[in-house]
Design a binder for this molecule. Structure first.
Ligand SMILES: CC(C)(COP(=O)(O)OP(=O)(O)OC[C@H]1O[C@@H](n2cnc3c(N)ncnc32)[C@H](O)[C@@H]1OP(=O)(O)O)[C@@H](O)C(=O)NCCC(=O)NCCS
Length: 177
């Protein structure tokens, strides 16, 4: 079954959400309106919570997980993703916080307690180490990521366009069900 409870808590889906039938979502997860979850995504809100903002898309093969509270980190590391975020194919987002209008390039890894501010692009295959903050308005690439350059106006505009493209696409998929 795609959407499963853990300790009696089941994912909550907003209006117009699309979840591919091969994805797996477990536990304390909330998806805001028009979020799309593509094939083979695994999202596990068991030892902490996952929240995903409106119109965000999580593309094929991406893994979403969290870290439990500990002596060093009383709240643990929830996974918080903002609005109009594009998460490319086969990414790993673990216990981190992403703002709004972000593109996470294919295969990127974002680790615990990293913070990605609004309007950021992360290059394909990049690694964002634990606790690092990526500043608003920049492209970051590499493993570990380095600030590459400021985003230009058309790249900034594209961040919202990318999310909107996926809202249109998921509506086409919903129409097939
Ligand atoms: C980083 C990116 C945005 C290109 O940025 P750019 O400034 O236009 O970069 P260019 O293509 O001009 O390349 C500049 C340099 O960065 C390197 N580069 C490009 N992409 C890179 C990446 N992801 N990681 C590391 N280096 C990268 C290039 O090889 C080049 O190196 P060189 O100067 O030594 O030759 C793009 O390659 C990328 O990764 N986009 C993400 C796309 C994606 O995954 N979308 C989600 C799927 S829907």
């Amino acid at each position: 079954m795609t959407i499963r409870s853990y300790k009696g808590v089941k994912p909550v889906l907003g209006q117009g959400v699309y979840i591919d039938e091969s994805a797996v979502l477990v536990g304390d997860i909330e998806l805001a309106a028009h979020v799309s979850i593509w094939p083979l995504v695994a999202a596990r809100g068991d030892v902490n919570i996952i929240r995903i903002g409106a119109r965000t898309n999580i593309q094929d093969g991406t893994v979403l997980h969290v870290s439990r509270p500990s002596e060093k980190n009383a709240a643990g590391s929830p996974l918080m993703i903002g609005e109009d975020v594009t998460v490319g194919h086969k990414c790993m987002l673990h216990g981190c916080t992403l703002g709004n209008r972000i593109l996470v390039g294919m295969g990127a890894i974002v680790m615990d307690d990293a913070i990605v501010e609004d309007d950021v692009m992360i290059g394909a295959g990049s690694l964002v180490p634990p606790g690092k903050t990526l500043a608003s308005g920049y492209l970051y690439v590499g493993s570990p990521v380095k600030q590459a350059r400021p985003l230009n106006d058309s790249e900034k505009a594209f961040l919202a366009v990318s999310a909107q493209n996926y809202v249109v696409l998921k509506d086409e998929y919903l129409a097939e069900i």
